[in-house]
Write a protein that binds this ligand. Structure first.
Ligand SMILES: NC(=O)c1ccc[n+]([C@@H]2O[C@H](COP(=O)([O-])OP(=O)(O)OC[C@H]3O[C@@H](n4cnc5c(N)ncnc54)[C@H](OP(=O)(O)O)[C@@H]3O)[C@@H](O)[C@H]2O)c1
Length: 574
């Protein structure tokens, strides 16, 4: 049996003119899906429009050889009973069938035979039962199980059919085109016309291009016009034929190589975050280009340079991702670059400084969902305290205030001088910048923390990594507190007794905890889905508001396969 080995050409340049024919050449492993005898099969032949176009094409480019899929035809049928074969022969062009080796095809078909026989047995058994039933459409449990088994076998067979028809067969087609080119005596450029079924144009083109073959795709559009004044009367085919004219126009597509998706990562930190780089690749970007220590001036230059190089089409596949720990700097950069772009050169922009926006959005959505699904009312009318004035704490506080909560943000660092002033000024600055109304508080000691805790119903701990913010003792004293979320995943955790995986576990009487990993998992999903959405839409600015909406949606529609798994067993009636 011939082996499948696809190797690129050495010292030869091959150009393939891939001409799409008007129908898919029938192919099957175990049974035809579109039976050749069906009504439409009369139309399954190269039309006079296609053959006339090919005649013209051959005369113009004088190809070295031509190929076509063999499909289910015998070699004799391919050579003797094929309009294309006659056409190429007439023009002295060698014409070859290219397809999966017949032995390989029968070998794969044989492997499927057992499944097919079993499926047929099931169908037969079902048919016999249905016949006996007459008009009744009620199925017994036994028949239900047989149907499910039959469907399973059928889908397995179809999967294998598809796999063979596409990935396996297309590799054989490409190998045979390359082998023919390899054996063609020519030192210069070799040109091949390959006549392809529409369903294989994309796959074969992709494979050929991967092997450095230049491909031009040609499809032939036909427009039939009738010179009759009124709608033709089909009574007389002859008058219809007299009146018709076929306009044939080739549509030529050069280079199917698509523009890559690029993400320019503008990070104001010294080292661009590998977390965000990985996320962007995982979301499907073809390349992520990190820039470090970027300020808004640098960012403007990078953006201007990048968008003009890509043109309007490429801009839709270009994203600027703004990172770095400093959120004020990130917002400033976003403003500057958005202003620097103008139609049609507007690329998409994502703002997620050091992951703060997606983390804050995930934390708020997670707590909001937990409160409502545990019948604890609504987050929007709760009094909330946010411990931590870093980027994450600030955005959590902003989102909560926008939801309608009564919010206090607390600065924690005991080494901070003038903490009260700092907290008050920070609150004012946040209120002005985000158009919200929240209070600032300096809480470096347990007493100060308790002062805030005794009024709070919901708490977010967004302290720096590895620093415990609240201990058990303080939690045992509070009365109103219902939900507590901690974002610090590095031990010691932000709250004594909390576990990173906690998802509304009661850690003290009446106090439910959400841990850093429960939030982190949602944050990961939010960032990934947001990047996928940006890549798909190719426009707009994405920030914490979008991230919160997305986090909520993800929580609503999360269906884990684990939770929905089930095993059915046929009941042993005896
Ligand atoms: N789970 C996730 O997916 C995820 C993602 C990103 C970040 N994070 C975590 O989120 C948390 C907040 O990060 P961030 O970048 O917003 O803030 P951050 O810069 O790490 O600091 C936040 C807070 O820590 C306080 N702090 C600093 N040093 C302290 C000390 N020695 N003792 C007590 N408090 C101290 C600061 O107090 P002042 O307000 O007084 O300055 C500030 O309020 C971190 O634990 C980070 O690891 C988690």
């Amino acid at each position: 049996m011939e082996a499948l080995k696809v190797k690129p050409l050495k010292n030869k340049k091959l150009v393939v003119l891939m001409v799409e024919k008007e129908y898919n050449e029938p192919f099957w492993l175990i049974e035809p899906t579109n039976k050749p005898g069906s009504e439409l099969s009369t139309l399954h032949k190269p039309s006079i429009a296609l053959t006339s176009f090919l005649e013209k094409l051959i005369q113009k480019i004088k190809p070295d050889f031509a190929t076509e899929e063999l499909g289910m035809r015998s070699l004799e049928e391919f050579n003797e009973n094929n309009d294309l074969s006659k056409l190429f022969k007439r023009n002295n062009i060698s014409f070859y069938p290219v397809d999966i080796d017949e032995n390989a095809r029968s070998y794969i078909a044989q492997l499927l035979d057992e499944k097919k026989q079993l499926r047929d047995q099931i169908i037969q058994a079902l048919e016999e039962r249905l016949k006996k039933k007459g008009k009744s459409k009620e199925f017994s449990i036994e028949e239900e199980y047989l149907i499910a088994y039959g469907q399973y076998l059928q889908s397995e067979l179809e999967k294998q059919e598809k796999e063979t028809n596409f990935s396996v067969r297309e590799s054989w087609i490409v190998m045979k085109i390359l082998d023919t080119a390899r054996n063609t005596n020519s030192n210069g450029e070799i040109t091949c016309i390959h006549i392809s079924s529409p369903e294989h144009v994309k796959g074969v083109t992709k494979l050929l291009e991967k092997l450095n073959v230049t491909v031009e795709r040609i499809s032939v559009s036909k427009e039939v016009t009738l010179s009759l004044q009124e709608t033709p009367n089909l009574k007389s085919i002859d008058s219809l034929l007299q009146a018709m004219q076929i306009k044939v126009k080739p549509i030529i597509k050069k280079e199917s190589i698509e523009l890559p998706y690029l993400l320019f990562f503008l990070d104001s930190d010294q080292i661009a975050s590998p977390f965000d780089v990985c996320m962007a690749y995982d979301a499907g970007y073809n390349a992520v280009i990190p820039y470090e220590n970027v300020n808004s001036k640098d960012a403007k230059k990078i953006v201007e340079d990048a968008v003009f190089s890509r043109g309007p089409k490429g801009v839709k596949r270009t994203t600027f991702f703004i990172g770095g720990k400093d959120i004020a700097q990130a917002e400033e950069t976003a403003k500057v670059i958005t202003k620097a772009m103008f139609p049609p050169f507007n690329a998409s922009v994502v703002i997620d400084p050091a992951g703060a926006y997606t983390t804050a959005a995930a934390a708020v959505a997670k707590v909001q969902n937990a409160i409502s699904s545990n019948n604890l009312g609504s987050l929007s009318d709760k009094t909330c305290a946010v411990f931590g004035t870093g980027s994450v704490g600030r955005i959590i506080a902003v989102l909560l205030t926008k939801l309608g909560c009564d919010v206090t943000i607390a600065s924690l660092n005991p080494n901070r001088e003038n903490g009260d002033e700092y907290a008050a000024e920070l609150a004012e600055q946040i209120n002005t910048q985000y158009g919200v109304h929240l209070q600032g508080f300096f809480a470096p000691t347990p007493e100060k923390k308790f002062g805030l805790l005794k009024k709070a119903e919901v708490i977010f701990c967004a302290g720096t990594r590895g620093v415990q913010v609240l201990d058990k003792e303080i939690l045992q004293k509070v009365k109103l507190l219902k939900v507590l979320a901690d974002i610090n995943a590095i031990p010691p955790l932000g709250v004594e007794g909390i576990k990173p995986d906690d998802d509304m576990r009661e850690i003290e009487q009446g106090i439910y905890a959400v841990g850093a990993l429960a939030i982190g998992r949602l944050k990961h999903e939010v960032e990934l889905e947001m990047l996928k959405e940006v890549r798909r839409t190719g426009k707009g600015t994405y920030s914490y508001t979008f991230a919160l909406e997305l986090a909520r949606k993800l929580l609503q529609k999360t269906i884990s396969s684990g939770a929905l798994k089930l095993t059915l067993r046929y009941p042993n009636i005896k």
